[in-house]
Design a protein around this ligand. Sequence first.
Ligand code: ATP
Length: 609
Amino acid sequence: MTTRRGAVEALGVAWRAAPAVLAGYLAATVLGGVVPVLVAWLTKLVLDRIGPAAAGELLVLAGALAVSGVLLVVVAQAAKYLQLELGRRIGLLTRDRLYTATGRLGGLARLEDPAFQDRLRMAQQHSRNGPSAVVDGVLGAAQSALTLLGFLATLATLNWLMAVVAVVAGGPALIVELRLSRRRAEVMQGITPAERREFFYADLLTSLEAAKEARLFGLGPLFRRRMLTELSAADAERRALDRREFAAQGMLGVLSAVVAGGGLVWAIFAARDGRLTIGDVVVFVAAVAGVQAALGMIVDKLATAHNALLLFGHYHAVTRAEPDLGESAQPVAVEPLERGIEFRDVWFRYSDSHPWVLQGVDLFIPFGQSVALVGHNGAGKSTLVKLLCRFYDPTRGAVLWDGVDLRDLSLAELRRRISAVFQDFMCYELSARENIELGDVDGADDLGDDRRDAVALAAKRAGIHDLLDGLPRGYRTLLSRIFIDEEDKANPETGVLLSGGQWQRVALARAFLRDARDLLILDEPASGLDAEAEHAIHTELTAHRAGRTSVLISHRLGSVRDADRIAVLVDGRVAELGTHHELIEAGGTYARLFQLQASGYESRAGAAK
Ligand SMILES: Nc1ncnc2c1ncn2[C@@H]1O[C@H](COP(=O)(O)OP(=O)(O)OP(=O)(O)O)[C@@H](O)[C@H]1O
């Protein structure tokens, strides 16, 4: 993005965010640029006419001076308020656009890319003040330019050479400041990874999730040292930049002091020789100071705007990022599943630099049947499920929904037809009801009480209803001790923490709430449940499975034996496929793993006798 295009876009954002506020800010800026020159001239006129002028004329001039002075203050305050208001409105618009854009990324690949994460962080930090700073910079520079022109004209009438010197002295400042601003943007970008690591360690030091291991393993000092190392590395970069700025700006300051001093000496001698009046000297001094201040302001504002623009480029890049999953120009409507889902020679790796995870998977998941995926850790089971939800596209081959490539289907519609409990399911720090209702929001902005029965039913099926109902506020109880909501303000103790298995049941209830869908995916849905609970959940799943298509991943082979088909993944391929009995008879990997688990239970049972 070029600087000019960036500036136009940033100003466009400001205009769309708050046209009236921007117009008001513009008017205040113009007035703020003209009034100081007016004040200087009125001061000169008053001083020059103190002796000769009639009282009436003097009164008018003094009155005009007083009004201008008041105007100056009022305009400055109004501009300040409008600037802040504009910033707030821009913040709202850019945040909305930024998160709409990240929501448009249908897959996961971008969010796993560290470079994109860095860019996203910069965009989050600078999306709000980027356009504001550009507007402030451009308007501030325009305002100072008006003041500059006024004072330059004033200076030129008194001493044209002084006007030229003052302008020429400002040139280097502009170049130096623009260079510094580019460097500043580079430094900020360069330290982003270090800042991310710093926040990561800082988070580990204070987050509840990390607290147990951090305390027991004594990780606090290690994390703190690492956080400080990252901070020191970033600070070293910032320090070097500050020093550079200090040296450059110091030299520029000396240059303008020399110009102003020289001008003052000339004005004093010109007044002594009678070539200038006292009013002339006053306006000359004000003009020199005004020209220098305006030049300094222009340089400063342009540099700020330039820097903000460079950083605003990240917001631009994120909001314009190409979707990580290509979507067909005319996506096919996703019809209810009738025949089944097919993996056809699917090859997949997470990126070109990663090894192959899937190497030619052929698998059919027939409509209305349950298919279990088993295999060693890292065999690619969850990856297969992620391809099914189209979080990634196969590197080679295709996944077909009733014969149609997922890539040709509407992504949103496809997802609406799937329910899932992921291995790394979410624990939302929201109320119990919301935790379940999130499974079926269907575009709703707010979650209401009207689906209370459906939520309770889903919770019953997941075996968590009695617990949630018995909480201090029932389903309205916050499942968090970190946030307190309006109702909990008086009593922060009402939030509760659930156990791992209880959270897993809540996640199951969430999936059950939307399980009138075509496909139910359960990736280790019962890993945290006790044996009795697991049995109950599997009985429940089997009862509700009739006519539904489901994919189940589990390491506990006892819980997949009822599946209509069991697929064993080995080395990125389906090595075995069949019913429990067929696979046991075949005597392959599944049979071996099953025997291993069964004999483990038997030997434990034997030892217990
Ligand atoms: N986002 C990712 N980026 C890069 N590699 C990944 C990513 N997710 C998984 N992998 C790799 O892909 C391989 C398969 O992972 P996957 O999670 O599909 O295995 P799994 O069979 O579900 O294992 P488990 O039984 O342990 O859950 C692993 O080697 C893993 O390191």
